[in-house]
Design a protein around this ligand. Structure first.
Ligand code: ADP
Length: 258
């Protein structure tokens, strides 16, 4: 994904103000920012749900200008903030098959629906009515529906909202698995611990501009708002996760022990 000079306004309110960003294949990039900074608007412009006033978006080297959202979503798995908006079928399995049917891939799915549901921890729910499931499960059903085409790029809007610790860990493992298979992932999240553990890069959006872009250790340790608990307990050490702290404290020549 390559975005340059993207601007968008709701009426007179400019919400995106010259956004430049890239996500490479096999890269997990976190997009953080206060509420109202423009994160959801940005994702919606990337799939053609909103048309930017100026700027360019390229996916796999091809501009998306002029393409419908349906066309763009052949190459992009977009998970909106309200995953329930994507759920309309009678069963979890039918939900996944509906996407395959829409993209004419039912006869030769890029990943077998059963395998995908297994990876998402939903094997036991294949015949369940999606709207009867828990928030975390519904989120994963929606993820299954947008990833069964194996798109090279995922745009995920706060996928961990409402998830418990266990569900979050499972999602993290899944995202890391997709990343290692070459999928590029842009993840909107407020979850600094997830970002510290899993992201390759963090972008911070503030009033429609990218104001920071770098490795989590670089961006999050200097941040007050988006700072993981470990960085707050051990300021100035450059540690973001429990694993960072343990590794540094166990190192025999450690000189930075607080
Ligand atoms: P974030 O995802 O970072 O919370 P949003 O993209 O949802 O930010 O919103 C950015 C700004 O755009 C906010 O000021 C919000 O009130 C405004 N906004 C969002 N959606 C609309 C809309 N449909 N019409 C008018 N203003 C909107």
């Amino acid at each position: 994904l390559a975005v340059s000079g993207l601007t968008y306004a709701y009426g007179r309110q400019r919400v995106l103000d010259g956004v430049d960003l890239t996500v490479a294949p096999g890269e997990l990039v976190a997009l953080m920012g206060r509420n109202g900074s423009g994160k959801t608007t940005l994702l919606r412009t990337l799939v053609g749900l909103l048309r930017p006033a100026s700027g360019e978006v390229q996916i796999e080297g091809r501009p998306i200008r002029g393409q419908s959202t349906a066309e763009i979503c052949r190459r992009v798995g977009y998970l909106p903030q309200q995953p329930d908006d994507l759920l309309f079928a009678e069963t979890v399995c039918q939900e996944v098959e509906a996407t395959l049917g829409y993209h004419r891939l039912l006869a030769s799915p890029p990943i077998a629906p059963d395998d995908l549901l297994g990876r998402l921890g939903l094997s036991g729910q294949a015949e369940a009515y999606p709207r009867d499931l828990s928030v975390g499960q519904r989120q994963r059903v929606a993820l299954a529906a947008v990833t069964v085409t194996r798109p090279p790029l995922l745009l995920l809007d706060e996928p961990t909202r409402g998830m418990d610790y266990r569900a979050k860990e499972d999602l993290q493992a899944l995202l890391c698995g997709w990343r290692s298979e070459g999928t590029g992932i842009l993840l909107v999240t407020h979850d600094v611990e997830l970002v510290a553990q899993a992201a390759d890069r963090v972008l911070i959006l503030d009033a429609g501009r990218i104001v920071a872009d770098g490795a989590p250790a670089e961006v999050l340790s200097g941040e007050e708002v988006f700072s993981p608990q470990v960085a707050q307990v051990f300021p100035g050490c450059g540690w973001l996760t429990v694993e960072d702290a343990l590794a540094a404290l166990r190192a025999p020549e450690s000189t930075s022990t607080p």
